[in-house]
Design a protein. Sequence first.
Length: 148
Amino acid sequence: MGSQAVTPTTSGSVTYTLTCTGANGGSYGGGGGPTGTQTTTLTVNPATAFVVGGNKQFVLNLELEFPIVPKVGVKGVVFVDAGNAFAVDASFFEDKQHSLPLGLFWSVGFGIRWFSPVGPLRFEWGIPLTRRPIDDPILFEFTIGNSF
């Protein structure tokens, strides 16, 4: 499948760049997945009997954006993210390593967006609902520019 970037969008959305590197190195997470997870940590675990990589992923980003200070372009956002990378021999929504609702990692979050004179600035905090030992209880992300 090769390396590719995917950016799902919806109207007025939080979007994340996702990277899937194919059958021998699929990874997902952090800026590319549920906001409360560390970057590229949602993948098949090489320390177990599971082969590293995956050839498919599922991503869901739902958000509500609302004005805080409309005159200066400051908005608030609350969101729910879900997703996972799936092994070559697994079906969607089937995670043989973790006991997860629908086989997905879930997070919720909130943030502030400012459409500044130098471009959009995003300050967002994600809280993993399906937390693993490597996940922090809350994760901060700062982004400059538009997602597309």
